[in-house]
Ligand binder design. Structure first.
Ligand code: HEC
Ligand code: HEC
Ligand code: HEC
Ligand code: HEC
Length: 128
């Protein structure tokens, strides 16, 4: 009796931080693409359930989106998830803004077109 109570208590101490970590992670998940370089927007920012999206689409390499280039070539096993796309791709300013929107579209819409899955219409990504 005593031993099992102790075991149960220990299990609680082990599980509590785990539960806390899982909740924290769920709350931290990116739910929208809202690059800080677009100070004003022509379209609403794009709902994007980061982890769920990547699971469903079966994307395993972070570097498919968070890439790192060196000497004009993409490094297969390095990634840049600690940086926004705009830290390397344009904005603010008119041409930088266009460039930034273009790389987002190339990456997101490009894959959807290629895999015939996922939204390709403006209003499917930018809700009205
Ligand atoms: C389909 C594209 C895509 C893939 C694949 C992807 N991400 Fe992301 N990720 C994004 C976008 C878009 C954002 C939000 C814009 C930004 O911060 O660059 C983002 C943001 C993040 C952030 C910043 C979170 C924050 O609060 O600012 C982290 C960390 C991150 N991703 C980690 C990862 C890891 C780890 C993987 C691989 C397991 C991964 N991502 C795979 C597209 C992707
Ligand atoms: C650490 C800097 C860096 C970050 C962060 C970065 N990129 Fe890039 N990206 C590059 C470089 C360098 C190239 C090579 C072409 C060039 O010189 O513009 C490139 C090329 C591209 C291209 C064209 C080639 C290709 O891979 O299809 C697209 C599209 C692109 N990036 C989208 C994105 C998106 C979307 C994000 C954010 C999720 C992002 N990039 C984050 C540096 C970066
Ligand atoms: C490497 C391929 C790939 C890239 C890159 C990619 N997607 Fe997707 N996306 C998919 C696939 C495949 C689906 C369909 C998944 C399914 O429903 O089976 C999808 C579905 C979606 C959906 C529908 C809802 C959902 O979450 O399933 C949205 C919204 C979406 N993508 C937004 C984006 C955005 C925004 C980006 C760029 C930041 C992006 N995607 C980049 C492959 C990709
Ligand atoms: C697959 C998803 C997807 C599709 C389809 C798409 N976009 Fe985007 N677009 C994005 C993402 C992601 C961004 C970056 C969002 C952000 O950071 O606010 C973006 C950024 C933009 C921007 C720059 C930010 C702003 O609002 O000023 C404009 C303009 C834009 N898109 C217009 C369009 C138009 C017009 C179409 C249809 C021809 C379209 N998009 C289709 C995902 C998409």
């Amino acid at each position: 009796m005593k031993a099992s109570t102790t075991a149960a208590a220990m299990l609680c101490w082990l599980l509590l931080p785990l539960a806390w970590m899982l909740t924290a992670e769920a709350q931290d998940e990116v739910r929208i693409v809202e690059d800080s370089a677009f100070e004003t927007r022509l379209r609403p920012p794009v709902p994007f359930l980061h982890d769920a999206h990547n699971d469903k689409a079966g994307i395993e390499e972070c570097s498919v989106c968070h890439h790192v280039y060196e000497g004009g070539r993409r490094l297969e096993d390095e990634s840049s998830e600690d940086r926004e796309c705009s830290e390397c791709h344009g904005a603010p300013g008119r041409s930088g803004r266009l460039q930034l929107a273009t790389v987002y579209h190339q990456r997101c819409k490009g894959c959807h077109e290629q895999s015939s899955a996922g939204p390709v219409q403006c209003s499917e990504c930018h809700p009205r």
